[in-house]
Design a protein around this ligand. Structure first.
Ligand code: PMP
Length: 457
């Protein structure tokens, strides 16, 4: 299909319903970190299909795995088993800590979180579920209520039942946020422990969450707590050190299960650990994963303990495509490629280099309010005003979304793709395939600089 034909079809109201059709970009081909449009123009993909293309577009090993498995067995449904399913479960479980050994194979992040919620409610016998403001866990059924990011909600979406939201412990814009010690990538990736607001904030946010128990949930009656260890769609928001660990203890002492949503943060993307919850020193009861698991193939998983999994025996759960043989072959291959090509280490090396460059840029451009993230999950928050206002009067004005779009579209014209996120859509999000190089970072920085210069002209 040519670009002209696609336009003609749109004019005649025959078109696929793409939910976020921001950029009129008809992409034809992909090769590792590169995408090509209908004219053969090349783009550096610093968004990776929303942190999904983990090992690279059309990676030869993934193509090989798909071709080989398609020629052996393509589908059996959830009613049967097949060897690839066992092979995949064995390799996935080898990456999990503790007793997380039971795997449910599903098709999307939303489906994984729906199942996690069902497991938590069945296992505990409780109904109330907690998540953190500004979080994104999906937008299907109950998840409309769990997701607490205003920009992902609309007036008529069902609120879900018995769902509570803890205040977002955002160390930058949160009410106990403020200027961070963020001039070096080490501080940015590990969160420092100084004596300023953002480091002392963990206690305040924790107390706010404790209040929810005092006022809204009967003691001992919580089913589960969901959290991304870095909020992705919410704008790459990192929590203060120690916060999640204390919250896990509180939830468990109230009878609940802790669910780590590793949909964006998993599979080595954040560099330091294979799962980013590990950097908080916590072991969840349930882990949900999607996106990077299949390098773009529609697959997802829920991993939990056998004791929690047994709770599902009293209910009915089924899906037709989960554990599809080709998906399992892709999953096995993704894990192998991450290992063989040292992609987790590459995320740390290239991500640190990228953060270093961005921290440097922040010192030069007052429009950059904050640089944050870990490995190759990086956010750049654009503000309107002066960085010093953050310290002096505690005000952070987001750059308006039209200006952000202008910068983004300028970059697109210069062959650079990335996403935006955050409640005001003013955070540039970089989550590229994990194979990007330092040269790709240099290109990204050069294009960003030019787009910002254009913005000021
Ligand atoms: N959890 C997180 C952290 C996500 O970022 C997303 C999707 N952006 C989901 C869950 C939902 O995944 P899906 O779109 O595959 O249903």
């Amino acid at each position: 299909i040519s670009y002209e034909k696609a336009q003609y079809m749109q004019l005649n109201n025959v078109f696929p319903q793409v939910q976020m059709y921001e950029d009129p970009l008809l992409l034809h081909e992909g090769k590792m970190q590169w995408l090509f449009d209908y004219k053969g123009k090349r783009y550096l993909d610093m968004f990776g299909g929303i942190a999904t293309v983990s090992v690279g577009h059309c990676h030869p090993k993934i193509i090989e795995a798909i071709a080989e498995q398609s020629g052996i067995l393509g589908h059996v449904s959830g009613a049967y088993e097949h060897p690839k399913m066992y092979e995949y479960v064995e390799s996935l479980v080898s990456k999990m800590p503790g007793d997380l050994k039971t795997v449910y194979l599903v098709n999307s992040g939303s489906e994984a979180n729906e199942l996690a919620m069902l497991l938590a409610r069945l296992h505990t016998g409780n109904q109330d579920v907690l998540s953190i403001q500004n979080c994104y866990h999906g937008v299907s059924g109950n998840l409309h209520g769990l997701t607490a990011l205003a920009s992902a909600k609309f007036n008529n979406t069902p609120a879900g039942i018995s769902i509570h939201h803890a205040m977002c412990p955002d160390v930058f814009k949160g009410i106990w946020g403020g200027r961070k010690c963020r001039d070096s990538p080490v501080q940015t990736q590990r969160s420092c422990e100084c004596d300023r607001n953002h480091c002392r904030a963990a206690d305040n946010y924790y107390e706010q969450l404790e209040n929810i128990f005092s006022y809204s949930i009967p003691r001992g009656k919580v089913a589960g707590f969901f959290a991304e260890s870095i909020q992705g769609v919410g704008g790459v928001v990192q929590f203060p050190r120690g916060y999640l660990k204390r919250v896990y203890e509180l939830i468990r002492s109230n009878g609940g299960l802790c669910v780590a949503d590793e949909v964006q943060t998993g599979f080595g993307r954040t560099g330091e650990h294979f799962w980013n919850f590990q950097s908080h020193g916590i072991t969840p009861d349930i882990v949900t994963m999607a996106k990077g698991i299949g390098n773009g193939f529609p697959m997802a998983a829920v991993v939990t303990t056998s004791a929690i999994a047994r709770s599902l025996n009293s209910a009915f759960h089924f899906n037709t495509f989960g554990g599809n043989p080709v998906s399992c072959a892709v999953g096995v291959s993704v894990l192998k490629v991450i290992e063989e090509e040292g992609l987790q280490q590459n995320c740390l090396d290239v991500g640190t280099y990228f953060l270093e460059k961005l921290c440097g840029m922040r010192r030069e451009w007052k429009i950059i309010g904050d640089v944050r993230g870990k490995g190759l999950m990086i956010g750049v928050e654009l503000i309107d005003g002066d960085q010093d206002d953050i310290d002096n009067i505690g005000v952070i004005n987001p750059l308006n979304c039209r200006a952000v779009s202008r910068i983004k579209n300028d970059c697109l014209k210069m062959g650079l793709l990335f996403g935006v996120g955050g409640i005001r859509s003013n955070v540039l999000r970089f989550m590229p395939p994990m194979c990007v190089t330092k040269a790709d970072v240099d290109f990204t920085i050069a294009v960003l600089r030019r787009a910002m210069q254009n913005y000021y002209e």
